[in-house]
Design a protein around this ligand. Structure first.
Ligand SMILES: [Zn+2]
Length: 313
């Protein structure tokens, strides 16, 4: 089996970070805040976050904040709950949460909760269990979970649970591994995991492992490195990770590396990107691959960062 080309991945991530105006390409422009989270969290897991200019990153993040309290994907872009969580997570990585007006960010998230407990992603109103996770994770990091109706939020998530044990984006929506991570994560962060049918869901999740060792997101789909994160973190949260072959999954992720120029792709021999580089490194971290910092499966942040948020002060 190959080894993790850690140094090359660090160089790859730093090279993207330097292309300030595009963070990967023009297509990624509106996603730059998410790109910053993926790249910087991967760097931290690789133990190399200190190679960056903290003040520069923090001032760019703050320039993406909107009057409403939410953050946009880049300077001058409309705010969305997706980018707001990424902004808060990156500030947490750098131990810089004190630069934000916590109540302002909190009020923005609180304003997105609907009467049925669900969350919209922005003022346009699209509802999705992804946004429930994001709201709960973000408010938990800010110590403001008490500002939303948690009981209703949990009830809505449970209304998206399917017969197969999985979860969809809205009630009746098909089970999907990314959505399952969001729902299980939100339930974990609110102390509600007793509402998950762990054996049934664990069975559905472990069936995501295909012959090559990789994981797919739904039945009959191709394996993809990003599901190493969504499936694995869910299996860990419900205590069923021993139901898949860790060795085979490690091999699959390592096979998706560009060992020449760094970066990780979705499948072997495809083009690398920062999204799959992050999920590959994060997946290996969950698999306790040597040399990587451990990552928290619910907060999607390094364990030492989570500990700093909750156990220091
Ligand atoms: Zn993918």
């Amino acid at each position: 089996m190959g080894e993790l080309a850690a140094e090359k991945h660090v160089r790859y991530i730093l090279s993207i970070e330097k292309k300030k105006d595009s963070f990967e390409s023009v297509v990624m422009e509106h996603l730059r805040m998410n790109g910053a989270y993926w790249g910087l969290t991967a760097l931290d897991l690789l133990g190399k976050l200190d190679t960056l200019d903290v003040d520069e990153v923090v001032s760019w993040i703050m320039s993406c904040q909107h009057e409403s309290g939410g953050f946009g994907g880049n300077v001058g872009h409309d705010p969305h709950i997706l980018y707001t969580l990424s902004a808060v997570q990156v500030l947490a990585l750098f131990n810089k949460l004190d630069v934000i007006d916590v109540d302002k960010v909190t009020n923005y998230i609180v304003s997105l909760q609907n009467e049925d407990g669900s969350f919209s992603g922005d003022i346009w109103g699209e509802v999705d269990t992804r946004f429930s996770y994001i709201a709960i994770c973000c408010l938990s990091i800010l110590h403001r979970l008490d500002r939303i109706n948690v009981e209703k939020a949990v009830k809505y998530i449970i209304s998206c649970k399917n017969m197969d044990g999985g979860f969809g984006c809205t009630p009746g929506g098909e089970s999907h591994a990314g959505q399952i991570f969001c729902c299980v994560g939100a339930l974990a962060l609110t102390g509600s995991l007793d509402l998950v049918d762990k054996d049934l869901l664990g069975w559905w999740l472990c069936e995501r492992q295909v012959k090559s060792g990789g994981l797919n997101g739904r039945p009959e789909k191709l394996p993809d490195v990003c599901y190493s994160w969504w499936v694995l973190s869910s299996l860990i949260m419900i205590d069923r990770v021993h139901w898949i072959s860790k060795e085979k999954l490690i091999k699959f992720i390592l096979d998706c590396q560009d060992t020449e120029n760094g970066g990780i792709s979705d499948r072997p021999d495809d083009a690398v990107d920062v999204f799959h580089t992050y999920f590959g490194v994060a997946g290996l971290s969950l698999l306790e691959y040597p040399g990587l910092k451990p990552i928290d499966p619910a907060y999607a942040l390094p364990v030492d960062v989570v500990n700093r948020i909750f156990f220091s002060k």
